[in-house]
Design a protein around this ligand. Structure first.
Ligand SMILES: *Cc1c(COP(=O)(O)O)cnc(C)c1O
Length: 384
């Protein structure tokens, strides 16, 4: 169905930071499949693990134990503050699972479930997750929405007082709003949010579908905040491009899911969890997290220099290698189109924000090549 406004190229091959179209043209890819191919395209380490698994077992029901699934759950709980993992196939499904778990908590206490989310957030396209998403353009045309959601403005400390009035079961948020414009949460705002949630016994759910798997410079973004969430959802980068999602929770909530509470035919599939396990292993074994911070500094400095030369660029913002350029004109998509002409792929996050998501393995030289192509695109967009 015609659910995407597609750009006029067909991508047929990828390797590292580059993709090729069906005519053989090579593009520098600063989208990484929207924060999915975090290790670049077709990373050897993950490919070898997948090829090996292809020879062993493709699928078996969750009615049986699955080895790579158990290994990935062990690995994820070892490197985070969570105790248990539920596997699914996408970000929206991970958030659905989180919403169900939050409701299970309210139900177990005979309370009315209420989840507070934030304006300009993005949590997915299923009915519950589009309701959680604080953007009218995502919700319009799909009423009736799901019950039990309230919204507050992001990064607004005074607005948090509402939480005392509403006493929600949970608060759900992104630590850098991705689709909503690449907006990092302020540390002081998170501190206040945590205090209020603790006082009211509200759960904290972080949606790390976009920010997770090294994207912001730590394995997960919450690790840069004074914050121990009760629930975390991940997906995008977890499988290096292979579809997989997961909902992680602390034991004091995860126990509410027992046999029959929730399920997924493909969730935790041997191939998907092999991709997930090898992706995490690669990141942890290769000091990638230190390099991300160096590349982030390099790219941010170069972008700030560029921003000072173009009056339509207002701000460079983001975390790690999730970077946004806020424009004071709604020409983000023009810049994207001009970039394609210069064999560079980039993204928008709304009409006035350019979003850059290079692979976490991007080299210094590739960042310099990006700057060369991006400046040409900006010059052309300026004339439009
Ligand atoms: C992409 C995204 C989702 C939805 O993930 P899908 O895999 O497309 O369902 C949810 N939350 C955030 C923060 C995202 O960036």
């Amino acid at each position: 169905m015609n659910t995407y406004g597609r750009f006029p190229i067909t991508v047929t091959k990828g390797k590292g930071s580059y993709v090729w179209d069906d005519k053989g043209t090579k593009y520098l890819d600063f989208t990484s499949g929207i924060a999915t191919c975090n290790l670049g395209h077709v990373p050897e380490f993950v490919k070898n693990a997948l090829v090996n698994q292809l020879d062993q077992l493709w699928h078996v029901s969750n009615l049986y134990h699955i080895e790579p699934q158990q290994k990935l759950a062990k690995q994820l709980t070892k490197v985070t503050s969570f105790d248990q993992v539920f596997f699914c196939n996408s970000g929206a499904e991970a958030n659905e699972a989180a919403i169900k778990l939050v409701r299970a908590k309210a139900n177990s206490e005979n309370k009315q479930p209420l989840i507070v989310t934030f304006k300009k957030s993005f949590h997915g396209r299923t009915l519950a997750t589009l309701t959680a998403t604080g953007q009218e353009k995502i919700q319009t045309g799909f009423s009736p929405l799901v019950e039990g959601f309230h919204y507050l403005p992001f990064n607004d400390e005074d607005a948090l007082e509402k939480l005392n009035e509403w006493q929600p079961t949970a608060v759900m948020l992104e630590l850098v709003q991705g689709e909503g414009g690449v907006v990092p949460a302020h540390k002081t705002w998170i501190k206040k949010l945590v205090e209020i949630c603790k006082k009211n016994n509200s759960l904290i759910v972080v949606d790390e579908v976009q920010t997770g798997i090294g994207r912001t410079g730590t394995l997960f973004a919450y690790q840069q905040y004074d914050l121990e969430p009760d629930i975390m959802t991940i997906a995008k980068g977890l499988g290096s491009g292979f579809p997989i999602g997961a909902m992680l929770a602390k034991e004091h909530v995860s126990y509410l899911f027992g046999p029959g509470s929730h399920g997924s035919t493909f969730g935790g599939n041997p191939l998907a969890t092999t991709a997930g396990l090898s992706t995490i292993q690669y990141i942890l074994n290769n000091e990638l997290l230190t390099t991300i911070s160096d590349r982030s500094k390099q790219l941010t400095l170069l972008l700030q220099k560029i921003a000072s030369q173009y009056d339509f660029i207002e701000e460079v913002r983001g975390k790690g290698l999730l970077i946004g350029l806020k424009l004071n004109r709604e020409i983000a998509s023009t810049v994207v189109l001009e970039s394609i002409k210069n064999e560079l792929l980039i993204l928008t996050a709304g009409p006035d924000v350019i979003r850059l998501l290079p692979p976490l393995t991007v080299s210094e030289e590739e960042i310099l090549l990006f700057v060369e192509k991006f400046e040409k695109a900006l010059k052309a967009a300026k004339e439009c």
